[in-house]
Design a protein around this ligand. Structure first.
Ligand code: NDP
Ligand code: OXD
Length: 319
């Protein structure tokens, strides 16, 4: 440790995100070295890395590393690294992030349910015409992923009257939600889904799961007259060429996408100009450092006081 360091040090490796708001609460701890990648002046002082899409080298040569903290709920941006040290990886579970995601999901579900894209097209054409729409209880929403974010969205969608189901890896019980799980549960889950909301992590098991074969299993005769895809999980889950094809063939009648195979979404992607697709630039639940950094600091203070770390991920499972 550096001469005046009395506390374990923190390294912020926050990719394209501004590191300073994440470093700020730690700078208030007297005697705690705080470094920002790539300026690692004293590698031995670093006990914790706060990471968002870090370069693999950010974890190298840190002999006293105790834990890695993801700056988001997902950890695929960390687990994919070749040089990942064998230390606990903690992810964000926080009401601020959860509420942001719930807002985005509910916004997109209502947008398709209330035919907002069609009304915007009518507005552009100065056309005054009512478009029929079903009641929420006749619309079957299916959430792929019933974790922190999936369950929170499910609760609000239930309260709006939608017929809500969910699919997870292991069996779950969520009040008011019809629960399916595992490979056997996927087909019956899809068969009763008009609006498919995806809040899965990207893992070896889920990559590419949103493909032509899956879209073909969604009903075309539901209350909306076809199926809608809403993905805020990860771009690695989806095969974009298959989404475009499904929109062309009617396997899907609309989509809202916050995440993409390649981000930023390349300007030549056909998704940009489709009138049946809503695109947001990976902002469904942005990590607000002003809210979340202090939570990470508190977790570290608890850990230093001998308490176990919460919100640990299982590297074998991939989430
Ligand atoms: P959780 O770990 O709490 O939940 C993940 C859910 O996915 C669980 O229900 C889990 O099943 C399920 N799951 C995982 N693998 C499989 C599988 N192979 N088959 C079926 N179900 C599976 O994560 P969160 O809800 O907190 O977050 C979900 C994801 O959302 C993040 O990993 C991240 O990728 C994404 N995200 C995107 C953001 C954005 O701005 N676009 C912001 C924040 C997160 P089980 O319940 O059995 O464990
Ligand atoms: C996250 C994200 O994982 O913002 O939190 O994508």
């Amino acid at each position: 440790m550096t001469a005046d360091a009395t506390l374990p040090g923190v390294l912020v490796a926050s990719g394209h995100w501004d590191p300073e708001p994440w470093a700020l609460p730690f700078r208030a701890d007297p005697g705690r070295p705080v470094m920002v990648w790539p300026k690692v002046t004293d590698p031995a002082a670093i006990h914790y890395v706060l990471a968002w899409a870090p370069p693999p080298e950010a974890f190298l040569g840190l002999p006293n590393l105790k834990a890695i903290f993801s700056l988001g709920a997902g950890v695929d941006h960390i687990l994919g690294k070749a040089a990942l040290p064998n230390v606990p990886v903690v992810r964000i579970v926080d009401p601020d992030l959860t509420m942001r995601m719930t807002e985005w999901v509910v916004l997109q579900v209502l947008l398709h349910h209330r035919r907002q894209l069609a009304y915007l097209r009518q507005q552009a054409a100065h056309r005054w015409e009512e478009i029929g729409q079903p009641v929420a209880r006749d619309v079957r929403v299916g959430l792929m992923g019933l974790g922190e974010l999936g369950q929170a969205s499910a609760r609000v969608l239930r309260s709006l009257g939608f017929d809500v189901a969910g699919w997870s890896r292991t069996p779950r019980t969520v009040p008011g939600v019809t629960c399916f799980s595992g490979t056997d549960g996927l087909e019956p889950f899809l068969a009763r889904t008009d609006i498919l909301v995806v809040l899965l992590p990207a893992t070896p098991e889920t990559r590419g799961i949103l493909n032509r074969a899956l879209f073909a299993k969604l009903p075309r005769d539901g209350a909306l007259g076809g199926a809608v895809l809403i993905n805020a999980g990860r771009g690695a889950l989806q095969v974009e060429a298959d989404i475009v094809e499904a929109l062309e063939t009617g396997a899907l009648i609309g989509a809202s996408l916050d995440v993409f195979e390649k981000e930023p979404l390349p300007s030549e992607s056909p998704l940009w100009s489709r009138p049946d697709v809503v695109i947001t630039p990976h902002v469904a639940a942005t990590s607000d450092a002003a809210v979340l950094a202090d939570g990470i600091r508190r977790a570290i203070l608890d850990f230093e006081a001998g308490k176990p770390l919460s919100n640990l991920i299982d590297p074998k499972r991939g989430y």
